[in-house]
Each structure stands twice: as structure tokens, then as C-alpha cells.
Design a protein around this ligand. Structure first.
Ligand SMILES: Cc1cc2nc3c(=O)[nH]c(=O)nc-3n(C[C@H](O)[C@H](O)[C@H](O)COP(=O)(O)OP(=O)(O)OC[C@H]3O[C@@H](n4cnc5c(N)ncnc54)[C@H](O)[C@@H]3O)c2cc1C
Length: 390
């Protein structure tokens, strides 16, 4: 098989790039180790920056997002029994975020790809990028007991944190930066109306909470938990009780409980790999970087990578110019590190760290107190939350 651009990974970054390439007349194949239903069963992000919404529009895949996405002009921070409003719209000169689940983004892009009749190979095993340091890169994989090969001009690693693309890079060609946080997020998804109109981020001595949503009838809640906790030991009742305990009374009273249909514990990690280009292999999205979800940046960073990468590929094919591809890694990393900083800062300020001494706890409290009381600090928070310009 031969294509112009071979994309490993059918998550949001691979699908978005594939759709934009198809619209630009650039041949592409996507290959994934699992199938469509498995991918659509993963529950992940839900807060979209305007840049991501614009990319979905450019990909002509925004009909449902435009109809069903919930624009949010702000969010609340719960502290010491009170609520503090962060007016994103007012503080950023009219910007906002949109609530729309990553699962829906993925489904919309998959549907477009199927309608386009473009090749996606699911259930492929041992997917490996090869000879990307030379002129003729290719991918090997196994499916149905046979070994196959895809030759391409470029290989794009959109295969998430555990995928094969980053691992195929010789160790001396790549530098990684990592911080693993000493807690995780226990997330629960239920078909109940959200407790509040906007997201509520809560700081509490018992740990962080987030009241989020996917729609007006589907809520997503999170609790900070120790990494040693097992999800099997958290009944729905125990979750709802702990959630209400950590929330101010007016929010706790508004929590509508119901049976969960997804419950999982996600570890929190900050991670960046540099550079993001190795000859004819490019990394994008979670394959190159991870942020703790506190700042809602993971999916949005995948979108900004694809912005820069798609522009570079289009320039390569349409204008015969290597400039965009040559600049990709540097441009993407400049934005990634700012989002890493913001996500680390939000995480540090809003969570409880068991190893903190009394001084550390006071400093974190003072950071939050200052942020809530200063227009300048709230503006910086809002500017980062809605997303820095591409
Ligand atoms: C549990 C969880 C909760 C999250 N919550 C949030 C949130 O609330 N807010 C937020 O902004 N972000 C969140 N994120 C992050 C966000 O979901 C990711 O940033 C986003 O999915 C990145 O998209 P991606 O396409 O780069 O990678 P992924 O979505 O990870 O897609 C990678 C694709 O590569 C495929 N793949 C992996 N290995 C192979 C292989 N060997 N061969 C072939 N294909 C392979 C996978 O099957 C997958 O389809 C969360 C992530 C997780 C894991």
C-alpha cells in the first residue's frame, strides 16, 4: 500500500489531520490498534477552546458541535464554602469555551472519514514506523495473521502517550521532561443534569473536585484520590457522598445523583518530548506531550499541533515549500510549554499535596486567594483557560 501521509492513531489528532488532508486533496491512511467502537468507548476531554472549534469548522465537521455544544462564558472556583466566579468572557474581551465531549468530536470526524471513503485500518497489531530517517519511510503492521506494509512520504505519530511512534525514535535523538503527580482523578459519568450551569473547580482540605458536564443531561464529576485507590472500592454512593462533602452547600444541594455508566481513575502527569520531528516522522498530540487535565488543555493542544502540522504539509504539497514542516516542532513546542506551565500551575494551586508542609499549604492557599482577588491575576487565568492564540 502507498499513501502520501500515513497517520498512526485514530484519536482526535489523527482524525482531525486526516480530514483536513482529505479536504486539501492529500492522500492519507489512518491505522489504529483497536476498532472504532473501542475508541468511541473512551471517555476523556470535554472543554474545547475556540481554536479547536474553529478547526472543526474548517474540517467541515462541526454541524453537531455547533448545534449541541454548550458555550460557557465562565466557571466557578469553590473555596471555603463560597463560590468565586471567573468571568472568561469579560476578562478576555469576549472569548469563551465550548462544552462538547471528545467522544463526540471523534465520532463526528470518524463519520466524515467514512463518508469520504478514505482508508482507516483498525485492529492492526505491532504497528511500527520504519526508516523515517531516510527518504522512503514505511510502516509495518500485522493484521489477520499477515504482515503488511504502508509506504508514505511522511509518517505522523498521533498514537497517544503509549503509542509506538515516540518509542521508535533513537533515545539519543529525543529529550523528555516529566512530572508525575502524587494523586489521580477518580471520574464518574452519569446521565443526570449538572449541579451548576458552569464548571465548578473546588479546592478543599479533603482534596480537589471538579463538577463538569458533557451536555445538559450528562454530568462528569471528578475527585482527587490517592494513586493507591482502586476504582472497584468506590461505590457510586461513596463517590456522591465524598463529592458533596467537598462542595459548598449550595452546589452540594444541587447535585443530582444517579447510577454511573463510567468510573475510572486517571493518573496526572506533565510530559513533553523534544523535538517533535525526526526526519520524516512527526509527533502530534499526546504522543508528544501530556498535561494534567486541570487546565482542560490536552485535547486543545492536540488541535494546535494539527494546525501547525497541517499548514506545513499543505505548504509542502501545494507550494513545494519545506518552511512549515521545518518550523513545526519549534512552533508547536512554544505553545505546548505555555500550556504545560498553565496546567501545572492550576494543578498545584487547586490540589492538596500530602507531602506539603504547613508553609507549602499556606503558599498554595495564598496563590489561590491572590488569584481570586486580583483582576490582573484572574485575567491571566482567563486568557490561558480560553486558549492562547495559535
Ligand atoms: C482518562 C483520560 C481523561 C482525560 N480527560 C481530559 C480532560 O478532561 N480534558 C482534557 O483536555 N484532556 C483530557 N484528557 C486528554 C485528552 O483526552 C488527550 O489529550 C487527547 O485524547 C489527545 O488526542 P490524541 O489523538 O493525541 O491521542 P489519543 O486520543 O490518545 O489517541 C491515540 C490513538 O492512537 C492509538 N494507538 C495507541 N497505540 C497504538 C499502536 N500501538 N498502534 C496503532 N495505534 C495506536 C490509540 O488506540 C488511539 O486511538 C484525558 C485523557 C485521558 C487518558
Amino acid at each position: 500500500m502507498r499513501t502520501q501521509v500515513a497517520i498512526i492513531g485514530s484519536g482526535p489528532s489523527g482524525l482531525l489531520l486526516g480530514r483536513l488532508l482529505t479536504l486539501a486533496g492529500i492522500d492519507n491512511i489512518i491505522i489504529d490498534r483497536v476498532d472504532r467502537e473501542y475508541i468511541l468507548g473512551r471517555v476523556r476531554a470535554g472543554v474545547l477552546e475556540q481554536g479547536m472549534v474553529n478547526m472543526m469548522r474548517e474540517a467541515q465537521a462541526s454541524e453537531k458541535l455547533d448545534a449541541e455544544g454548550l458555550p460557557h462564558d465562565g466557571f466557578e472556583i469553590a473555596l471555603n464554602g463560597g463560590l468565586h466566579h471567573i468571568d472568561l468572557h469579560g476578562l478576555t474581551g469576549g472569548k469563551r469555551v465550548t462544552i462538547y465531549g471528545q467522544t463526540e468530536v471523534t465520532r463526528d470526524l470518524m463519520d466524515k472519514r467514512e463518508a469520504d471513503g478514505v482508508t482507516t485500518i483498525y485492529d492492526a497489531q505491532h504497528v511500527t514506523p520504519r526508516e523515517f530517517g531516510g527518504k522512503n519511510p514505511w510502516i509495518s503492521y500485522e493484521k489477520d495473521g499477515a504482515t503488511h506494509r504502508i509506504d508514505a512520504d511522511f509518517i505522523i505519530g498521533c498514537d497517544g502517550f503509549h503509542g509506538p511512534s515516540r518509542k521508535a525514535v533513537p533515545p539519543k535523538a529525543i529529550e523528555t521532561f516529566e512530572r508525575v503527580y502524587p494523586f489521580g482523578w477518580l471520574g464518574l459519568l452519569a446521565d443526570v443534569p449538572p449541579a451548576a450551569e458552569e464548571l465548578v473547580y473546588g479546592k478543599h482540605a479533603r482534596g480537589f473536585t471538579l463538577c463538569s458536564m458533557r451536555s445538559k443531561t450528562r454530568s462528569r464529576y471528578y475527585l482527587q484520590v490517592p494513586l493507591t485507590d482502586q476504582v472497584e472500592n468506590w461505590s457510586d454512593d461513596a463517590f456522591w457522598d465524598e463529592l458533596r462533602r467537598r462542595l459548598p452547600e449550595q452546589v452540594a444541594d444541587a447535585v443530582v445523583t444517579g447510577p454511573s455508566f463510567e468510573k475510572s481513575i486517571a493518573p496526572l502527569r506533565s510530559f513533553v518530548a523534544e523535538p517533535m520531528r525526526f526526519g520524516k516522522l512527526f509527533l502530534a498530540g499526546d504522543a508528544a506531550h501530556i498535561v494534567p487535565p486541570t487546565g482542560a488543555k490536552g485535547l486543545n493542544l492536540a488541535a494546535s499541533d494539527i494546525r501547525y502540522l497541517f499548514d506545513g504539509l499543505r505548504e509542502h504539497y501545494a507550494d513545494k515549500s519545506p518552511a512549515g514542516l521545518n518550523a513545526y516542532s519549534e512552533r508547536a513546542l512554544a505553545r505546548i510549554w505555555k500550556a504545560e506551565r498553565f496546567s501545572w500551575w492550576m494543578t498545584t494551586m487547586l490540589h492538596t499535596f500530602a507531602e506539603d508542609d504547613a508553609f507549602g499549604r499556606r503558599i498554595h492557599d495564598a496563590e489561590l486567594s491572590y488569584t481570586l482577588s486580583s483582576v490582573a491575576a484572574r485575567t491571566a487565568l482567563a486568557e490561558n483557560y480560553v486558549g492562547l492564540p495559535y
